[in-house]
Design a protein around this ligand. Structure first.
Ligand SMILES: [Zn+2]
Length: 491
């Protein structure tokens, strides 16, 4: 935690106000305004052309795919999509920006007035407003280290110039670092479900800047805000906000005033540093991009986009909670990625009891994976294997104890369930007389429990089933055993 120490009483006097700006690279094959490949990891300066290098006379042509993706994202974020929006030049000088400006959108963005719903600390839900979603292009990258001559020079890689982006700006509706974390998590999930971006923060496909200020609780006016940049994980966003909130409160409590400035998060030290004050900030001299016509989103594109809209994570969870009798946490696990949720549901449909497939995945498989620190999609047991295991359980062909043993073998030998089951197929006792003999012995040895059962405590049947199952070393056919125990106890 930060070195700033405010007492809980002092912290409680203040209310933080947080707004987030998120830049997301769109997963198009080519760049926003030229035919160059939009690809991370190519050799430096190989995906460039006169347009994205801003050479004199080169003219931008808007990538339709980028518009489709930006429209899909805006719709998924509950925005109103403007039929007509305007590209604008955002002018500034920086070595990684050879044109001297970025094509962006300014006063007429693609979409506005959206929202994302997040869970709150008290178990409720809250809508965080989205002010706007606009399209723009990315700049290149300055490389300060990792190359042979990095000690002497800064190198430039202009492959990223012209990569299509959407910038998603939230309303200042966020009140805690946890809410900011939830907002970002939900936002990323929606962008992944709609497949408009890979949202890979390490590769810079999703980048977040946070605006934060504090005010006395009950005050109407916002405090002076600081912008925290350069935060490359959601966890760090939460930490940076926590630090910044406490720092600002300390400044105010000591009689000072918070400066409007841009600050950088240093993850190693767990604190923010002042980068530049507002006075030194850029004046971008926006003006309409003369080389591009207004962007018109046609009614056809809107209806196409509506058709392409996948079931979004929140709706999917609600449906799955009802369909598989899951709790909220388990629903989150099963919907962590769209691919996984799709695989699960396709498999569950083929099973005798879809709910049992969900339970097996979450309990038996989930537990073993967690112990090995593996994700569900790294399991040695395939979804088909889980379905087979669930069906065998459902039909009473194996006991849950046998299932556990089989799964242990799967994990020990890194083998799928069908192969292990075929080889190790447990012996099952299906001989009625043999099972009845064991039941008789257990009944004789437990007169007190028999009495309780006959006095009306029918749940006691489970006790007898368990005892006989143990005596049979887990090999009694569960369905037959259940039936015979009831018969004997009633008899
Ligand atoms: Zn190009």
């Amino acid at each position: 935690m930060p070195a700033v120490a405010n007492s809980p009483e002092i912290l409680a006097k203040y209310e933080p106000v947080i707004g987030l700006e998120v830049h997301v690279q769109l997963l198009t094959a080519t760049k926003a305004f030229c035919g160059c490949a939009n690809q991370f990891g190519s050799a430096p300066n190989t995906n460039v052309c006169p347009v994205c290098l801003g050479l004199p006379g080169a003219l931008p042509v808007l990538n339709e795919k980028a518009v489709e993706f930006a429209t899909l994202a805006s719709m998924a974020l509950n925005c109103t999509i403007n039929e007509r929006s305007i590209f604008a030049r955002k002018n500034y000088f920086y070595p990684d920006l050879p044109k001297g400006y970025q094509i962006s959108q300014f006063d007429k963005p693609l979409a506005e007035h959206g929202w994302i719903e997040v869970p709150t600390a008290d178990g409720g839900r809250k809508k965080i407003g989205i002010t706007r979603v606009h399209m723009e292009e990315d700049a290149g990258k300055s490389i300060h280290d990792g190359l042979a001559d990095s000690g002497k020079y800064t190198s430039l890689d202009l492959n990223r110039c012209g990569t299509p982006l959407v910038e998603i700006v939230s309303e200042p509706d966020i009140r805690t670092p946890d809410e900011a974390f939830e907002y970002l998590t939900r936002l990323r999930e929606i962008l992944l479900y709609t497949a408009v971006s890979d949202c890979n923060m390490e590769e810079g496909s999703l980048r977040c800047d946070a605006n934060v200020s504090v005010r006395l609780k009950g005050a109407e006016k916002f405090g002076t805000k600081a912008e925290v940049k350069n935060v490359n994980s959601f966890r760090f966003v939460r930490q940076a906000l926590q630090y910044e909130i406490e720092r600002q409160i300390e400044v105010i409590e000591e009689g000072g005033s918070v400066k409007q400035e841009t600050r950088l998060w240093n993850a190693n030290e767990g604190r923010t540093y002042s980068m530049r004050s507002k006075e030194q900030a850029h004046d971008y001299r926006y003006f309409p991009e003369p080389d591009l016509p207004p962007l018109i989103v046609s009614p056809e594109l809107l209806s196409e986009t509506r058709k392409r809209m996948p079931e979004l994570p929140e709706a999917r969870r609600a449906r799955m909670i009802a369909a598989y009798e899951l709790n909220e946490k388990d629903a989150h696990t099963l919907t962590a990625s769209k691919e996984f949720a799709d695989t699960f549901e396709a498999a569950a449909k083929t099973a005798k009891s879809p709910r049992r497939v969900a339970n097996l995945l979450l309990s038996e498989l989930g537990g073993r994976l967690k112990a090995l620190d593996l994700e569900l999609d790294q399991s040695p047991v395939s979804m088909a294997g889980v379905v087979q295991a669930a069906d065998l359980l459902e039909e009473g062909k194996i006991s849950s104890k046998q299932l556990k043993q089989l799964l242990d073998i799967c994990f020990e030998k890194s083998e799928d369930f069908p192969a292990v089951y075929e080889r190790e197929k447990p012996q099952q006792i299906t001989d009625t007389a043999a099972i009845e003999k064991m039941i008789d012995e257990v009944i004789a040895a437990n007169p007190k429990q028999v009495e309780q059962y006959r006095a009306g405590k029918t749940t006691m049947a489970g006790f007898f089933v368990g005892q006989v199952m143990r005596a049979s070393k887990g090999q009694a056919n569960p369905a037959l055993l259940n039936e015979l125990v009831t018969k004997k106890l009633e008899g």
